[in-house]
Ligand binder design. Structure first.
Ligand SMILES: [Zn+2]
Length: 82
């Protein structure tokens, strides 16, 4: 759904918007000239569709999460295995 300024609500982004430059209204701000990208996590394959700003958060979040998971595995192994 578009408002009078031609801005798109973040929740209305679809695969058809990939590569397009849009003005996005998100809960954390107003993104002008935002390119819509699709990224997937190399560790678990989860996919994200949205602005680069949010894709960065997705990647950083997964990176931190999987690092955390791996560190737990290491700790368990150091304790002699689960
Ligand atoms: Zn992941």
């Amino acid at each position: 759904m578009n408002d009078m300024n031609g801005a798109t609500d973040k929740s209305d982004i679809t695969e058809e918007d990939i590569g397009h430059i849009l003005t996005i209204i998100a809960t954390d701000g107003y993104y002008q000239q935002a390119e819509i990208v699709k990224v997937s996590c190399p560790a678990c394959g989860e996919e994200f569709l949205g602005t680069k700003r949010h894709a960065g958060g997705f990647i950083a979040g997964h990176s931190a999460y999987h690092e955390f998971e791996n560190s737990l595995d290491d700790i368990i192994q150091n304790l002699g295995g689960a």
